[in-house]
Design a protein around this ligand. Structure first.
Ligand SMILES: *Cc1c(COP(=O)(O)O)cnc(C)c1O
Length: 355
């Protein structure tokens, strides 16, 4: 390669790597925490009612109709709501808006692997705090001086959640920085801290339509906070892309939020399948963390995670393996339909019994 002077000014960044998206339709895909069920029926109705002509117009500049639908669903006002292109966009916007201190932000060592990527991209200093051997987060580790805090609840990929006491303790000990709680999986969990935004003016809660609402392909995410914080996020977003959501995302998002009955029934189905599958993995000798999400985090005492991953992949079931310190003998398995989970369990049983 010739030594071009501009090369030394190129960005040097290792991007986030998502689960594989195989082309083959027959693959059972349990590697990206997607929802196995279709979105609410109202979403299909919106799509069927559209004509291409409508796309010639710009969408609502600030997604207000969706913000209003969300505000209603959560008992808030539209000024408490920010919408972005998936919660990844919402989180990146919040990092830009709030993590501008010289002090490092802090997050757990085992957590969503996008956080260090944004820190690198946005030149935000960061430190990590190790979770314990059971993957539990110790709240006292987060009492340290810092430039901000971000924690997913429930955490990923460990699947473990924390309750209200943990969150209020965290907030009471970090009054001078912004605390982001990433609730991507909260609809499958036990405690959402959206109720705390009126009490804590430094709390941002992010959520997504990608998991519990089966709309990963639409890219809809949101943040809840006091109006002042929302206005800073809006200002950052409007500084590089002033039409946050496209027209289809706004309208399908509203259709999803307005169908509470379908939402609850899908989430409950997934939780029931999750709890049943967890039992079956335990019966096969696996360690399984207590999942409050739509995935299981499992480890076998005798067969390596990498071998199980490669074996099930060969048989057409994709699960997630992380070649990373501390979790390289663990697997993250998205909860599919009952039938998909039975297929996976049968394949894993074959492998174990062949030993
Ligand atoms: C899936 C996920 C997100 C973001 O998902 P989007 O599709 O961008 O909304 C954010 N945080 C965690 C922990 C996730 O697992």
């Amino acid at each position: 390669m010739s030594e071009k002077a501009w090369r030394k000014n190129l960005i040097n960044i290792e991007p986030y790597v998502a689960g594989e998206q195989p082309k083959n339709e027959n693959i059972i895909k349990l590697n990206a925490n997607e929802n196995p069920y279709p979105p609410a029926p109202g979403v299909a109705k919106v799509l069927a009612s559209k004509s291409a002509t409508e796309l010639k117009k710009y969408p609502s500049a600030d997604a207000v109709p969706l913000k209003e639908a969300l505000a209603k669903r959560y008992g808030l006002s539209a000024e408490n709501v920010f919408c972005g292109n998936g919660s990844d966009d919402v989180l990146a916007t919040a990092f830009r808006a709030f993590f501008n201190s010289d002090k490092p932000i802090v997050f757990p060592d085992i957590t969503y692997s996008f956080y260090p990527v944004w820190c690198e991209l946005l030149k935000i200093p960061y430190i990590t705090k190790p979770v314990d051997e059971d993957f539990k987060i110790n709240v006292k580790d987060f009492y340290c001086e810092n430039g901000g805090v971000v924690i997913p609840n429930p955490n990923a990929p460990t699947a473990i959640g924390v309750g209200k006491d943990f969150i209020t303790d965290l907030l009471d000990n970090n009054p001078d920085v912004i605390v982001i709680i990433d609730e991507a999986y909260v609809d499958f969990g036990k405690y959402s801290c959206v109720e705390l935004i009126n009490k804590y003016d430094n709390l941002i809660v992010t959520q997504t339509f990608s998991k519990s609402r089966s709309l990963a392909g639409m890219r809809i995410g949101m943040a809840f906070a006091q109006p002042e914080l929302i206005s800073y996020m809006q200002a950052v977003k409007d500084s590089y892309n002033s039409y946050p959501l496209d027209q289809l995302a706004i309208e399908t998002g509203i259709a999803s939020v307005q169908d509470e009955e379908y939402f609850i029934s899908t989430v409950e189905k997934i939780k029931a399948t999750r709890d049943k599958s967890a039992q079956e993995f335990r019966a096969m000798g696996f360690k399984v963390t207590d999942s409050e999400t739509n995935f299981l985090f499992v480890s076998h005492p005798k067969i390596s995670a990498k071998e199980i991953f490669e074996y099930t992949r060969e048989k057409g079931v994709f699960i997630r393996y992380f070649n990373k310190p501390r979790i390289d003998n663990w697997l993250r398995i998205t909860i599919g339909t009952e039938e998909q989970m039975e297929t996976l369990i049968k394949i894993v049983k074959e492998l174990i019994e062949s030993r």
